[in-house]
Design a protein around this ligand. Structure first.
Ligand SMILES: NC(=O)c1ccc[n+]([C@@H]2O[C@H](COP(=O)([O-])OP(=O)(O)OC[C@H]3O[C@@H](n4cnc5c(N)ncnc54)[C@H](O)[C@@H]3O)[C@@H](O)[C@H]2O)c1
Length: 345
């Protein structure tokens, strides 16, 4: 049984499908602070298998310990966390409390329950401003915002944990920019409020929920002046977790990038989305945002060499799957929850 924290969220729901499709059993834990458990109801119907859902907070060590013991958990995939860079500048302590303290409590519960296999979702934000490209795992670390620092501190904490007890099996996955949705269009990204990330914003403009996109800066030193990122299909990203879990059969600690190795500009994304959706995406150019870098993309060769994993889906596929989700669910999961379900299932 795999415990998946943050399981009802965007990436969590896709990881859940990868695990269920591989025949693994899953208990998803989420406090639903940024998600809707309708995502997991849909996961079950897509996969034709049931999972266990527990509405709990990772900071509640006793509750997590109970779940670990009662469900017979053998490994944890830990995605629960707050993730909005801008918000983390405004409420840094909330981010440290949720992400860092939450991970400390989770790991304490795991230690007590003698569950010592952990896959952790870190982020490319730990690299900060690139001094060379592509970013490999040896690139110096220097996040430029509190969110990124929570990820870096957790990485350091997990390394210390492994040094103190080499029975631990730890996989640290540094995600680049996850986008897209499951090909069914039934599960996807459903941000609460104004989206912080590019694709959900573009999709909401395409569906008419927002008037226009603001592109933050078109005077970067890139071919079209807009920022370049390494967008990765969320289904490819999810399969990387399964590869990491399989790799952790032996004790050790592994840190790997999960990216495609290719960069696309903001304007590339806008044009590709227009092409696949047939909808215009009006945009305006805004000032550069503090902390944004011009270009960021991964060197994914370590993941391919060590995990045998690499991404396969194109930018067009990412945009078309994202559009399929958005057009089938113009209001996301709102109203989609099963009315008779109790909190847990
Ligand atoms: N989406 C990205 O661009 C991106 C990039 C790099 C890393 N990540 C990391 O991946 C993970 C998942 O991201 P996502 O995009 O799916 O975000 P998400 O907000 O959709 O999912 C996170 C989930 O964690 C839950 N959660 C938050 N705090 C919790 C707590 N204390 N206890 C229990 N549940 C809690 C939320 O309700 C949500 O369902 C996060 O840790 C995020 O930092 C995301």
């Amino acid at each position: 049984m795999i415990l998946l924290t943050g399981g009802a969220g965007y990436i969590g729901s896709h990881v859940c499908m990868a695990l269920l499709d591989a025949g693994l059993d899953v208990v998803a834990v989420d406090n639903l602070s940024n998600s809707n458990k309708a995502s997991l109801e849909r996961v079950q119907s897509i996969c034709g298998r049931s999972l266990v859902f527990r509405h709990a907070d990772i900071r509640d060590e006793a509750a997590i310990y109970d779940i670990l013991r009662c469900c017979g958990v053998t490994a944890v995939i830990h995605l629960a966390g707050l993730k909005a860079v801008g918000d983390s500048n405004v409420q840094p302590i909330t981010y440290y409390e949720n992400n860092v303290l939450g991970t400390m409590r989770l790991v304490s519960a795991m230690t007590k329950a003698k569950v010592k296999t952990l896959v952790f979702s870190s982020s490319a934000t730990v690299y900060g401003i690139p001094t060379y490209l592509p970013l490999d795992e040896k690139h110096p670390l220097g996040p430029t915002n509190p969110y990124g620092r929570t990820k870096l501190f957790i990485e350091e904490m997990l390394k210390d944990l492994h040094r103190s007890d080499d029975e631990w099996r730890i996989g640290i996955l540094r995600y680049f920019n996850p986008v897209g949705a499951h090909e069914s269009g039934l599960v996807g990204e459903d941000p609460l409020g104004v989206p912080n990330n590019l694709l959900p914003f573009v999709a909401q403009v395409a569906i008419g929920r927002r008037d226009k996109l603001t592109i933050w800066g078109n005077d970067y030193d890139t071919p079209d002046g807009t920022g370049i990122r390494d967008f990765i299909h969320v289904v490819d990203l999810a399969s990387g977790h399964l590869s990491a879990l399989r790799h952790l059969k032996e004790p050790g600690l592994l840190t790997v990038n999960l990216g495609t190795g290719a960069g696309s500009s903001v304007l590339d994304v806008v044009r590709t989305f227009e092409a696949v959706s047939g909808r215009p995406i009006p945009y305006a150019i805004g000032e550069r945002r503090a902390g944004d870098v011009a270009i960021c993309y991964a060197d994914p060769t370590l993941a391919e060499r060590v995990l045998g994993w690499k991404s396969t889906r194109s930018l067009a596929q990412m945009c078309s799957d994202h559009w399929c989700w958005q057009s089938k669910n113009p209001d996301g999961y709102r109203g989609a929850e099963h009315p008779e379900r109790s909190s847990d299932f």
